[in-house]
Design a protein around this ligand. Structure first.
Ligand SMILES: O=C(O)CCC(=O)C(=O)O
Ligand SMILES: [Fe+2]
Length: 353
């Protein structure tokens, strides 16, 4: 049984496990809305087409990822380079998830996650069962999309009838964009001779998965969170936001900022493992999701992960006399990542020299 969804449907009071005893914005006046983040926009066409000023756009990318850790990739620019993720496809992705959420409980339960598993629909696995932590008021449908032979089709919804087809199309478009982005990121750090420096970490034994996040309306939004503050334990994360309901916030210079809704843009986050591989040149942003008292919200994430058990460390080309190595080698492990999340810590802190 998915308890978050049940609570939302029956409208019962929020159980104590979701409630923060202090307001989630203790140092801020809740009547004053947080400022909007002026998130840098990257022209993907320029990044991918050397003849039209790649250098300048690469520098914009580098500088945005080192100060913000996130950028927006706008749709129409992406389309020009045939990495096309059309707005109509983004709308279909949002729609099939909304339709999935509206299905009768028995139908949704067909994709239910097992208690100690990763894939499927439900609340995330907890590793530290004995430690009292506040739970997230959200549920997720998590599905591996790449490599295709790792897909666990039993968790892929059969309803709505086009769910699988839409996710297949969206994830293959995002795979192209993902690879192109990692190549551009390597070039922006002058790793010219090896465009695939970052990509290798994912392509050799790594994986890509989709997370469909669902946040029900919450009667006490100042006492609960959709997702607690975290940085992503990924290589990179692409986020398709709800087209109407805001909720994502990013921490910058110790202040929370709201991420604006730009319906046809994707938000790209640097993941912790990319921060380590880039020797801290790119920063993995801390973010959280706040809830809305009246409206539900959803988001769809496509994220890439290193191979289980692989050692992650700064790329050789990024360590020098002027730029000493900032992180030791760390072994990538899914279970460790879940542990970091629940304990509110980060692999980057553990790895820091
Ligand atoms: O829902 C969102 O906007 C953010 C989701 C997120 O941070 C995540 O899935 O890691
Ligand atoms: Fe995240």
């Amino acid at each position: 049984m998915d308890s978050v969804h049940e609570i939302a449907i029956t409208g019962q009071n929020l159980p104590a496990k979701y409630i923060y005893t202090d307001s989630i914005n203790p140092s801020q006046d809740p009547s004053i809305p947080l400022p909007l983040l002026e998130i840098p926009v990257i022209d993907f066409n320029r990044l991918a087409t050397p003849s039209i000023g790649t250098g300048e756009e690469l520098e914009r990318l580098r500088s945005a990822l080192s100060s913000y850790g996130c950028v927006m990739v706008t749709n129409h620019r992406v389309m020009v380079t045939n990495h096309g993720v059309e707005s109509s496809l983004m709308d279909r992705v949002r729609l099939v998830f909304k339709q999935f959420l509206a299905l009768p409980m028995e139908e949704r339960l067909k994709c239910q996650k097992e208690a100690d598993g990763f894939e499927g629909f439900g609340s995330d696995m907890m590793v530290t069962k004995d430690v009292p932590v506040v739970h997230d008021f959200s549920a997720r449908l998590r599905l591996t999309t790449w490599p295709e032979d790792k897909r666990q089709m039993k968790y892929w919804p059969e309803q709505p009838h086009d769910f699988r087809e839409v996710l297949d199309e969206y994830s293959s478009k995002l795979l192209v964009l993902h690879d192109a982005t990692l190549g551009a990121m390597a070039r922006s750090l002058s790793l010219d001779d090896d465009d695939s420096a970052f990509l290798n970490a994912v392509r050799e034994g790594g994986s890509i998965s989709a997370r469909f996040n669902f946040y029900p309306p919450c009667p006490t939004p100042d006492r609960a969170l959709g997702l607690k503050p975290h940085s992503d334990g990924t290589v990179i994360t692409y986020l398709l936001q709800d087209g109407e309901v805001e909720g994502l916030q990013v921490l910058k210079d110790e202040q929370w900022f709201r991420v604006p809704i730009v319906p046809d843009a994707l938000v790209l986050h640097v993941g912790d493992h990319l921060e380590i591989m880039s020797n801290g040149e790119f920063k993995s942003p801390v973010h959280r999701v706040v809830l809305n008292p009246e409206r539900q919200r959803m988001s769809v994430v496509i994220a890439s992960f290193p191979e289980e058990g692989i050692q992650i460390e700064p790329l050789e080309g990024l360590v020098s006399g002027e730029k000493p190595r900032l992180y030791r080698q760390v072994k990538y492990s899914v279970v460790d990542q879940v542990g970091y999340y629940w304990s509110g810590t980060r692999v980057t802190d553990d790895a820091r020299i």
